[in-house]
Design a protein around this ligand. Structure first.
Ligand SMILES: *[C@@H]1O[C@H](CO)[C@@H](O)[C@H](O)[C@H]1NC(C)=O
Ligand SMILES: *[C@@H]1O[C@H](CO)[C@@H](O)[C@H](O)[C@H]1NC(C)=O
Ligand SMILES: *[C@@H]1O[C@H](CO)[C@@H](O)[C@H](O)[C@H]1NC(C)=O
Ligand SMILES: *[C@@H]1O[C@H](CO)[C@@H](O)[C@H](O)[C@H]1NC(C)=O
Ligand SMILES: *[C@@H]1O[C@H](CO)[C@@H](O)[C@H](O)[C@H]1NC(C)=O
Ligand SMILES: *[C@@H]1O[C@H](CO)[C@@H](O)[C@H](O)[C@H]1NC(C)=O
Ligand SMILES: *[C@@H]1O[C@H](CO)[C@@H](O)[C@H](O)[C@H]1NC(C)=O
Ligand SMILES: *[C@@H]1O[C@H](CO)[C@@H](O)[C@H](O)[C@H]1NC(C)=O
Length: 441
């Protein structure tokens, strides 16, 4: 393995080393990410809740980030600053409406402070560029019980110097949300199929009539604001102590538009197609060329997982999403069982969560993800994840949890545990993802 230089001038001097990423241009816009770490697991519950429901039921989209380990990014909406959750697992950009009402998960009014948003909220009347979208409703409901609803509008949204005009956004004013005191909304980077605007003013009639729209990055492409249809994310591993104790980590990675994030990488690179989904079927992946197929998540095909003894179990699976909003990897049962059995002392499955509890001092066994016939190694540090009981006591779980059997309709996740080890560069126009192994750090 060679370490590829940060700057392309080095690539010119050493073209063999850079060949692997020659097709990825450098980003034109780069913005730092920060992290906040109330690690929770609701994403998994949310995915479970999605299953078995017909598409376009009242459970749409997903905001894993709000309920797991979060990576935050600064954006402006109508010129005002917000710190929002970066989420490749959902598609809407929303910020809470000033003067919103807070509900508990049963829909009962509670004080606004209970929702625990960060300090900034959005007042459409204070934005000269805001335009209301009449007669529609922004409404997103999560499997874990949180839900937000309110007006939809269009405004200028800017992220790291990339500014999109007339971006459709949600401005929810009736919010059942379990916040963290910092995040003020969500910045979603998945596909139009997961957007949450409905052609109704009366939600009691349901959310059958989705009006899909272009999320921020697709708008940027359509407005010719980026030279290349790529966005790229590198999310850094916090230290163990930061994960276990710090409420907020100021510098944890980068989001870049128009090309690849400039961090040191190796020459281990693969570009693979994003899986599309069949219309009217419940999360059944199909080739994007299939009739009616549409993109929803950044789902890819996993060739295999490799670890000691992995040859004895089926590790291929074809419905795995790359999700910056989920902390752990959630893999098929057979993979989770075989891998977690290798921890010493042995990992213990908590059947209620699918997580394997491990000794915080254990050294995790090696684990690699093979995608596009290319093996991406996960640093063992990422496989011992500290969590906290509500009383503050720290314990640890394996970075690789059990998401159930590999049956059609079951979605798996490669979360931050994997994403700490690669630069993930997304091309939603051509329907491809490029993974580049990062230099060890
Ligand atoms: C993000 O915004 C917050 C609040 O406006 C500010 O304190 C922080 O410095 C900003 N972070 C970056 C990386 O610009
Ligand atoms: C919601 O209602 C259920 C059943 O009535 C109750 O057990 C629960 O405590 C309520 N939750 C909240 C957040 O009020
Ligand atoms: C919104 O709905 C109202 C009442 O049905 C209707 O009068 C109005 O024309 C609609 N506005 C738009 C822009 O569709
Ligand atoms: C919303 O529904 C109304 C009435 O059914 C219809 O006329 C209108 O075209 C729909 N709007 C969109 C954007 O689908
Ligand atoms: C909303 O729809 C429900 C069910 O159709 C109806 O009972 C209710 O009166 C409607 N509310 C409004 C404000 O139109
Ligand atoms: C784990 O390591 C820490 C120091 O890193 C030490 O304080 C602690 O006693 C160890 N725990 C066990 C169970 O070995
Ligand atoms: C905190 O809660 C956990 C799980 O319930 C328990 O095992 C642990 O003993 C508690 N720690 C303290 C200091 O009470
Ligand atoms: C894998 O994808 C194919 C379509 O490409 C689908 O027919 C099959 O059911 C999927 N298998 C699983 C286990 O999801």
């Amino acid at each position: 393995m060679h370490i590829v230089a940060l700057f392309s001038v080095f690539c010119l001097l050493n073209s063999a080393v850079c060949a692997g990423r020659a097709d990825l241009p450098d980003a034109a816009f780069t913005v730092p990410l920060t992290g906040k770490t109330p690690r929770r697991q609701s994403k998994r519950e949310a995915l479970a809740a999605l299953r078995g429901l017909p598409r376009k039921s009242d459970t749409v989209g997903l905001d894993g980030a709000a309920f797991d380990d979060e990576y935050l990014v600064n954006i402006t909406v109508g010129g005002k600053n917000f710190q929002v959750i970066l989420d490749t697992g959902s598609s809407d950009t929303w910020v809470a409406h000033e003067g919103f009402s807070c509900l508990d998960l049963n829909g009962t009014s509670v004080p606004a402070s209970t929702c625990d948003f960060g300090p900034a909220q959005f007042n459409p009347e204070e934005s000269a560029t805001f335009r209301l979208y009449p007669n529609v409703t922004f409404y997103v409901r999560y499997g874990s019980g949180e839900f937000l609803s309110g007006p939809t509008g269009f405004d200028t949204v800017a992220v790291g110097g990339l500014s999109v005009t007339q971006q459709e956004i949600g401005v929810p004013n009736l919010n059942a949300f379990l916040g963290d005191g910092v995040s003020e909304g969500v910045f979603g980077l998945a596909f139009p199929g997961l957007t949450s605007v409905w052609n109704t003013t009366n939600l009691t009639e349901g959310t059958r009539n989705q009006i899909p729209y272009s999320p921020f990055f697709l708008s940027a492409v359509h407005q010719n604001k980026v030279k290349n249809p790529f966005f790229s994310i590198s999310i850094d591993r916090p230290t163990f102590d930061e994960q276990a104790h710090d409420p907020f980590d100021p510098s944890l990675g980068s989001l870049a538009f128009g090309g690849i994030v400039p961090v040191p990488v190796l020459d281990t690179v693969a570009t693979v197609p994003i899986q599309a989904y069949a219309p009217n079927a419940n999360q059944i992946p199909v080739p994007s060329s299939a009739a009616g197929a549409k993109f929803e998540w950044y789902a890819i095909d996993i060739d295999s997982y490799t670890f000691s003894g992995s040859g004895d179990v089926v590790t291929k699976n074809n419905n795995t999403i790359l999700d910056s909003g989920t902390t752990l990897n959630w893999v098929p049962t057979a993979v989770a069982e075989a891998y977690n059995a290798l921890f010493s002392p042995a990992a213990t499955l908590d059947p209620s969560t699918g997580m394997y509890v491990v000794d915080c001092n254990s050294t995790a066994p090696d684990f690699s993800v093979v995608v596009g016939a290319t093996s991406f190694a996960i640093d063992p540090q990422d496989q011992v994840v500290p969590l906290r009981y509500s009383n503050g006591t720290v314990y640890c779980v394996s970075g690789t949890g059990d998401e159930g059997p590999d049956v059609p309709g079951n979605l798996f996740i490669l979360g931050d545990v994997f994403l700490h080890n690669v630069v993930a560069t997304y091309n939603p126009i051509d329907g491809e993802v490029t993974l580049t192994q990062r230099a060890p750090y």
